[in-house]
Design a protein around this ligand. Structure first.
Ligand SMILES: Nc1ncnc2c1ncn2[C@@H]1O[C@H](COP(=O)(O)OP(=O)(O)OP(=O)(O)O)[C@@H](O)[C@H]1O
Ligand SMILES: Nc1nc2c(c(=O)[nH]1)N=C(CO)CN2
Length: 198
């Protein structure tokens, strides 16, 4: 059949072709994202592992590396007002756009019964998007890189372990940020380990 010989077949508008092509590129061009996991309620190690497993179960996402586990003093709240956290950082390759990755993070938090009430309050699991490739955005719904990641040793220490050459877009290398910030309040829990699902 010659092109357009069937009168019921309408040409696809150029704008639609462009959108489909753009989506297709995303599918073939996974992006590197960095996620921070934190827990200071309940079984903290189990919660972190459940979050890693749920991420690994996400279509369009592959977990590339999981950091060691750190026990960390609660940041941003009065000393001794909350239990200590377990923190870890996960590197993923994903075809999900940033907004879908955030939604997935929220779904994981909800599945692990996180109640959102107090700012920086205790939680069984917190999933933050630390960075998404080199994307910079000041959208309050999803600020990239995470607006406080560069000042949080509990993020930078485990991130540096799994990607020593990492950069926080707009803030410099994780290595230099850590050298300036120090690692006080961040203690390796070498007795604990998160497994990277096969
Ligand atoms: N990079 C990001 N990662 C996760 N959430 C973000 C990010 N940027 C903006 N947000 C928004 O922040 C809102 C509050 O997030 P959340 O409850 O995890 O904050 P928090 O963990 O208490 O504090 P913090 O953001 O300082 O870690 C989310 O609903 C989300 O829309
Ligand atoms: N040590 C530590 N402190 C925090 C953490 C966290 O994951 N670890 N998360 C917070 C809100 O995201 C606030 N304070």
């Amino acid at each position: 059949m010659t092109p357009n010989s069937d009168p019921t077949v309408q040409p696809v508008p150029a704008s639609v072709v462009q959108q489909v092509d753009a989506a297709d590129t995303t599918l073939h061009d996974p992006k590197l994202a960095v996620l921070s996991l934190g827990s200071n309620l309940g079984n903290r190690l189990e919660s972190l592992q459940s979050a890693v497993d749920a991420l690994a179960d996400t279509p369009g996402l592959k977990v590339k590396a999981v950091s060691p586990v750190y026990e960390t003093e609660p940041w941003g709240v009065a000393p001794d007002s909350q239990p200590s956290y377990f923190n870890a950082v996960v590197l993923v390759k994903t075809t999900l756009p940033p907004s879908s990755l955030l939604e997935r993070g929220h779904a994981i938090e909800e599945a692990l019964e996180r109640v959102r009430d107090e700012r920086w309050g205790p939680r069984p699991i917190d999933v933050d998007i630390v960075a998404y490739q080199g994307v910079v955005s000041d959208d309050p719904k999803l600020t990239l890189p995470h607006p406080r990641a560069h000042e949080r040793a509990f993020v930078l220490v485990p991130w540096h372990d799994i990607d020593p050459a990492a950069e926080v877009p707009g803030h410099g290398s994780v290595h230099d940020l850590l050298a300036a910030l120090g690692t006080e309040g961040v203690t390796a829990r070498a007795d604990l380990e998160l497994s990277l699902p096969a």
